[in-house]
Design a protein around this ligand. Sequence first.
Ligand SMILES: [Zn+2]
Ligand SMILES: [Zn+2]
Length: 134
Amino acid sequence: MTKTLTGGCCCGEVAFSLQDNFSQFYFCHCEQCRKLTGSAHASNLFTSPDNIKWTKGEDNLVRYDHPTRTFSKVFCKVCGSGLPFVTQSGRLLIVPAGSLNEEPTIDVKANIFCAEQPKWYKAGLAAEKLDGFP
Ligand SMILES: [Zn+2]
Ligand SMILES: [Zn+2]
């Protein structure tokens, strides 16, 4: 029996549940993921396309598919938070780990596309660590 995890967007208009049953967990440092997340890397869990139950606000989802490449993003139209989506091939459900309310069991398997990391990412890892604003 796998555990049920819940997740949703920042504003609370969209919520979902799924089973804690993931095949991969990658931090992707590629340029597309940097742009799509606005952050240093995507934190993506992979599972099967049917492992999702939208429990609130599915009609608030907006999907972007790049016109010539295979990357996509689904986000809340109210707050812009990244949310789970089925890949263009239909073979996988990609779950942004930050959209979950609880911790998945799987460990991060790899950092991928590290050659595309900006210099500020490595500098940031070495920077001072505080528990709040300075
Ligand atoms: Zn939202
Ligand atoms: Zn990527």
